[in-house]
Every structure is written in structure tokens, then in C-alpha cells.
Design a binder for this molecule. Structure first.
Ligand SMILES: Nc1ncnc2c1ncn2[C@@H]1O[C@H](COP(=O)(O)OP(=O)(O)OP(=O)(O)O)[C@@H](O)[C@H]1O
Ligand SMILES: [Mg+2]
Length: 492
């Protein structure tokens, strides 16, 4: 839970460093609340030292709340809550005893609602007490289980660390996404790195990684490194974090699962007591992330680069064409520029599509645009519509159309007395797709035979239509003048 408003800055005269320490505590204290099954309230002395203001509050995710009221912003005067005063003055945790309960809440009628804390924990930082955490556990009946006892012991260890200025850890736990919650999974290690306690979710996470043996009693470093994807090649981070002695986080990953570990070394004074390791099964989360990545940014980025590369190739060819004086060579290079350009156009359109289909009309219009660049005074227009086509049809068909349109504007008008008029007709009838490119030019040469001849254009057209599209293509003269090319494709 985050400090609300500017309470820390406005109502206290704590140094900026002190405030940072308190904010770090608030960022990580979910762990303490969960382990203690208790609500925590952070009280800080007001600037004039007349009492305390509550600046933050957290409820346990592991049990019911004992503090249903929102206390943030409340003020208590000195003397009203003796446990806060005593913890603040002494720098030592103050636990509520039966007698203290009576004097704190029972003694004064009407103040019963403002219940004394079960424990008041001084927050120390750089040798000074800068605040007090009040711990309130909900009343409960029944005996505690072994796991609960272990949680409470761990909470006490962390609380001692708060009182001695060793918690929050300087690194912070809540560095990534959500704050760590005990419910995700918890392991307690002894000084040697052996698991002494493991919560059910922690055990499940390790089972998912493939652990068949008991987790309790195992050495966590050995277990985690063995389950990691690269056995033999010890992952330093995993070994370090699973050892418990150094705080930090690491990811244990193999083909079956991904589990994150975060260790919090527990110290009492200078003595190392062992560690808490938070365990979180993030397998599903990572899979979702990966799926999203592939679908979105990565693919988009690749498409973008391919398109840029194609444009670079076209620009290079164009430059080269300018340096060639010989007309035939120059024309050949200009053709190459057009072909690369057509591929770039198709590629760009396809990369902007979401699914397996692309709007072919849009592709066709862009190819027509390229042809107009080639012959400025030609009138080229699209008639009809092909609608959505599978992407594996779109690419070859666009290349075919680019060749046919280019032939129509180039070869139809040798004397250039007539204005070139070219139409691209698209028709869809169920699975059947018909494409027709017609011009009003001079017509095919008398010796024209699509089966022979060494023009690259016709080769491209025939290969793509018959091999890639399993369709048919034919050239025929048009009345009164010109050429018509008809393509027939049966869509899958
Ligand atoms: N629409 C058309 N009108 C008249 N002649 C055409 C038409 N389409 C093709 N031809 C003839 O067919 C020949 C072969 O065409 P093809 O596209 O294979 O080669 P090209 O256009 O000459 O050269 P490129 O390899 O650059 O395309 C052309 O040279 C031309 O004589
Ligand atoms: Mg050609």
C-alpha cells in the first residue's frame, strides 16, 4: 500500500532519507502483514512531537482484518496510546500483555473502539527511530497449524529486523510488477540452505518444475539448479538466490514451468538465521507474455525491417539505373526497381493485417499506383472486387498483376498516339476468382507465344499462376484493339 497524499512530507519533519526508508517499508510490508496474519498501521511522529499520524495501513491477504476502519490520516495525541509512545521512546518492540490491554483500552470508557495494538514496532533507520508500526491481529479460535506457526515465527524475525533497521532490504522486494504475497508460495531455509518449511503453493510450483521428491529437507540451491533448463551449467543467480544468503530474485525455468524465487535473508543483529524465499509460479504468465510478444511487437518489427530493406534495394537499383546510358540496361534496371517495389507494397499490406487473410483490393490499388509511376499518362483503373484473400494467395497474385499491368502500359502503345487505358477487373464467385487485365494498345505481336520467348515477365506470370496458385492464364486479342489477359484461380 502506498502512502496517501503527502502526509509524510506535510505532517512530519522527517528527513527525505527517512521518508524514503518508510516508503520502502510500505512497499514491502505486505510480506510482514501476510506472515503475521495481522493488519499493520504505520504511525509517524508529527512535526511538533505532540502525537502520531497514521500514514499507511495494510491488511493481511492471509486472514480477516482486525482494523476495518481506514486509519490513514488519523491523529493520536501523546499519552493516548502508550504502546506507541513506549516503542518510539525505547526503540524496542512493545508487546501487549493482559495488563497493558486493560490500561490501554479497557481503562478508559468510550475509547474501546480505538484498540491497542498487539505489538508496537519501532522503525529504525540509521540509528534513529522514525516511526512505529502497530500490529493488530484478528481474534481467532482454534489451534494454529505447523505452517501458521512457521509464518508467525518468520513475521517475528522480520519485525525484529524492522526494529533494528535491517528491513526493508536496501534492494526492495517489490521491484517487479506486483508486490510479493505470501499466498504465492513461501519457503523457509535454515542457515545451511535446507528447506525447513514449504507452503502448499511453493510445493506445487516445484512439482510443476518436475520435482518428484520432498521439498522439505532438500537443499534449495541443489534442487533449483538441478531443475533449471541447463543442468551442468549452473545459473549463478539461481544458485545465489536459492542459497538464501544474498537478497535478490532469480528465475528457475525449464520446458515445463517457470518459477521466480525471491530471497530475504533473516538476520538478528549480525547473526544469519536463514532466509525466507518467496516462490511464484509464473509459467502461465510467461507463456501469455511470449504469445503476445510474437504476435505483436516482434512480428511488427521484423515486417518493418523487411520493408525498409526492400525500399533500400529499390533505391540502390534506381541510383544504378541513372548511371547507365544504354537504354536497354536502364530499362531492365527500372523493371527491377518496379518488381522490388511491388514486393515491398505487398509486404507492407500483409504486415498490417491481423489474421490469415488480407484485403486484396487494397493490395491491387497499391500495385496500380506503382504502375502509374511507370507510365504517367496512362489511365489504369480497378473494376470489381476480390475481397479478403488468404495471405498465401495475395503475394503471388499481386506479383502477377504487377507484371501484367506493366506489360499493358509498356507494350501496348508503341506509337503513343493513343492514351493508354488499362483496366484490372477482379471478380469473385464463391471459391472462384477471375482476374482480367485489358489494354487498348497495339495488341500482341504476330509471333507471340506465351510458351516460348525469353521475357522475364511472362515467366513470372506463368510460374506463379500455375505453380503457386494452381490456376490458368491465357492471352487473347481484344476487339477493337488491344490485349486481354485472363487468370482463373480456384481458392482452397
Ligand atoms: N499487353 C501487351 N501488349 C502487347 N504486347 C505484349 C503485351 N504483353 C506482353 N507483350 C509481348 O510479350 C513480350 C514478353 O513480355 P514479357 O513481360 O515476358 O517481357 P518484357 O516485358 O519484354 O520484358 P520484362 O522481362 O522486363 O517484363 C513483350 O516483349 C511483348 O512483345
Ligand atoms: Mg514485361
Amino acid at each position: 500500500m502506498v502512502e496517501r497524499g503527502r502526509l509524510l512530507a506535510d505532517r512530519t519533519d522527517l528527513r527525505p532519507r527517512d521518508r524514503d526508508h518508510l516508503r520502502a517499508l510500505i512497499a514491502d510490508w505486505t510480506l510482514v502483514a501476510d506472515l503475521a496474519f495481522a493488519d499493520l498501521v504505520l504511525w509517524v511522529p508529527t512535526w511538533n512531537q505532540t502525537g502520531f499520524t497514521a500514514v499507511a495501513q495494510i491488511r493481511p491477504a492471509t486472514g480477516p482484518t482486525a482494523v476495518p476502519d481506514d486509519l490513514v490520516g488519523r491523529f493520536v495525541a501523546k499519552g493516548r496510546r502508550s504502546e506507541l509512545d513506549r516503542a518510539y521512546a525505547s526503540g524496542k518492540p512493545v508487546r501487549r500483555t493482559a495488563v497493558a490491554t486493560e490500561t490501554a483500552s479497557g481503562g478508559r470508557p468510550g475509547t474501546g473502539k480505538r484498540k491497542a495494538a498487539d505489538e508496537a514496532i519501532p522503525v529504525s533507520f540509521q540509528g534513529r527511530v522514525i516511526g512505529v508500526v502497530a500490529r493488530h491481529a484478528a481474534a481467532r479460535d482454534g489451534r494454529r497449524g505447523a505452517l501458521e506457526e512457521a509464518y508467525l515465527r518468520s513475521a517475528d524475525d522480520l519485525i525484529d529486523m524492522i526494529a533494528t533497521g535491517q528491513f526493508p532490504l536496501p534492494e526492495g522486494l517489490a521491484t517487479t510488477d506486483a508486490p510479493p504475497r505470501v499466498g504465492d508460495g513461501l519457503i523457509r531455509l535454515d542457515q545451511k540452505g535446507t528447506v525447513t518449511v514449504a507452503s502448499p503453493n511453493a510445493i506445487s510450483a516445484f512439482h510443476r518444475l518436475g520435482l518428484a521428491a520432498d521439498l522439505v529437507g532438500a537443499n534449495l540451491t541443489a534442487t533449483a539448479t538441478r531443475l533449471s533448463r541447463t543442468p551442468g551449467l549452473v545459473d549463478e543467480a539461481v544458485a545465489l538466490v536459492a542459497g538464501g544468503r544474498s537478497p535478490g530474485s532469480a528465475q528457475v525455468e525449464n520446458d515445463d514451468a517457470t518459477v521466480t524465487l525471491r530471497s530475504i535473508p533473516l538476520r538478528s543483529g549480525g547473526e544469519y538465521l536463514g532466509a525466507l524465499v518467496l516462490v511464484r509460479d509464473v509459467t502461465d504468465l510467461r507463456r501469455q507474455e511470449k504469445a503476445l510478444l510474437t504476435k505483436d511487437s516482434t512480428i511488427r518489427e521484423i515486417h518493418h525491417r523487411v520493408k525498409n530493406n526492400l525500399q533500400t534495394v529499390a533505391a540502390l537499383l534506381r541510383l544504378q539505373a541513372r548511371r547507365i546510358d544504354e537504354p536497354a540496361g536502364r530499362a531492365a534496371l527500372a523493371e527491377a526497381v518496379r518488381r522490388v517495389g511491388a514486393i515491398a507494397v505487398v509486404h507492407e499490406t500483409l504486415s498490417q493485417q491481423e489474421g490469415e487473410e488480407a484485403d486484396f483490393d487494397e493490395v491491387a490499388d497499391r500495385v496500380i499506383g506503382l504502375t502509374r509511376e511507370l507510365a504517367v499518362d496512362a489511365r489504369v483503373e480497378r473494376v470489381g472486387s476480390a475481397g479478403l484473400l488468404p495471405t498465401d494467395v495475395v503475394t503471388p497474385l499481386a506479383m502477377v498483376i504487377a507484371e501484367l499491368l506493366s506489360n499493358a502500359v509498356q507494350h501496348g502503345f508503341p506509337d503513343s498516339t493513343r492514351k493508354p487505358r488499362v483496366s484490372l477487373q477482379l471478380a469473385r464467385n464463391g471459391r472462384r476468382l477471375t482476374v482480367e487485365v485489358a489494354d487498348n494498345g497495339a495488341g500482341l505481336p504476330p509471333d507471340f507465344d506465351p510458351g516460348v520467348g525469353n521475357g522475364l515477365g511472362l515467366k513470372i506470370v506463368k510460374t506463379l499462376v500455375t505453380e503457386e496458385l494452381s490456376g490458368a492464364v491465357s492471352w487473347e486479342p481484344r476487339r477493337p484493339a488491344g490485349t486481354r489477359v485472363v487468370i482463373d484461380v480456384l481458392l482452397a
